[in-house]
Design a protein around this ligand. Structure first.
Ligand code: HPA
Length: 274
């Protein structure tokens, strides 16, 4: 299982050279349908590529055009809680970078901790807190990918966030901004854990994204991440959290998110040619 094996396989299957990519989170699929001239490759066909087992994750890599911009869409991701290693969870992002992707947009479903958030809100990540107990860069450093100790002071590109805010304004899509805490899962948090997360400065909680953001920074990608608040976090409202609610909210905001991503990638394609 190697990065170059997957890269070689994909290069033999696609003509386009994507500069931007989108990773779709739980229940947030559908964006790939917006592309034209598509080539869809199921994960199981790609050497070494892990298959997603989570409900609500499709499991294919789609290449295509969004207007004039060549993009790749990872429809479905794998998580640490499924039992995959950090290496497997982040392989896709590394392969995309090797294929030429510089701008990366990650989406996820998250629990809302900030008292001003509501179910269905879209939140741009400004920073994260890694509480997953591990890091994808542990082990010998591959200097051809990036440095041993990558800087994370602007893990989420301020310029990309600014562009996202402009697009949100133009499209009439309200966007909040917040700090994402990543936990291992798969159980949802307890109310005491959520009070702890709030105290340490988290606005959102989820079980993904952070490993991908770390390897993307390692490889000097431009990262934007958007959480869909699919539910308020444990103990914030007097009700239990269910995966069905998470998926249902995902479906409700899907159209808005697709409209936003379409406009955003067009603008990103105009702004950055690398
Ligand atoms: N906690 C953790 N992950 C999540 C949640 C949550 O409340 N909602 C969606 N993903």
């Amino acid at each position: 299982m190697s990065i170059s094996g997957a890269v070689q396989f994909l290069e033999s299957r696609i003509q386009i050279r994507p500069r931007a990519a989108v990773v779709l989170g739980s229940g947030l699929g559908g964006f790939a349908d917006e592309l034209t001239d598509t080539v869809s490759i199921p994960y199981h066909e790609i050497p070494g590529w892990p298959r997603s087992t989570a409900v609500g994750h499709a499991g294919q890599l789609v290449f295509g055009k969004l207007g004039a911009v060549d993009v790749a869409v990872m429809s479905g991701r794998v998580h640490l809680y499924e039992g995959y290693t950090q290496y497997q969870v982040t392989l896709g992002v590394r392969v995309l970078r090797r294929l030429g992707v510089r701008s990366l947009v990650l989406t996820n479903a998250a629990g809302g901790i900030h008292p001003e958030y509501r179910r269905g809100a879209l939140v741009l990540l400004s920073d994260h807190i890694n509480l997953q107990g591990s890091n994808p860069l542990v082990g010998p450093n591959d200097d051809s990918l990036g440095p041993r100790f990558p800087d994370m002071t602007e893990a989420y590109s301020a310029e990309f966030r600014e562009l996202a805010r402009q697009v949100g304004d133009e499209q009439g899509i309200p966007l909040k901004e917040g700090v994402y805490a990543a936990l291992l899962g798969p159980s949802y948090e307890t109310p005491a854990e959520i009070r702890f997360l709030r105290t340490i400065g988290a606005d959102l909680v989820g079980m993904s994204t952070v490993p991908e953001v770390i390897v993307a920074n390692h490889m000097r990608m431009r990262v934007l991440a958007i959480s869909c608040v699919t539910n308020m976090a444990a103990g914030i409202l007097p009700q239990a959290i269910s995966h069905e609610e998470v998926l249902e909210t995902g479906r409700e905001v899907r159209e808005t998110l697709i409209r936003f991503l379409k406009a955003l990638l067009a603008r990103a394609g105009e702004r950055w040619t690398d």
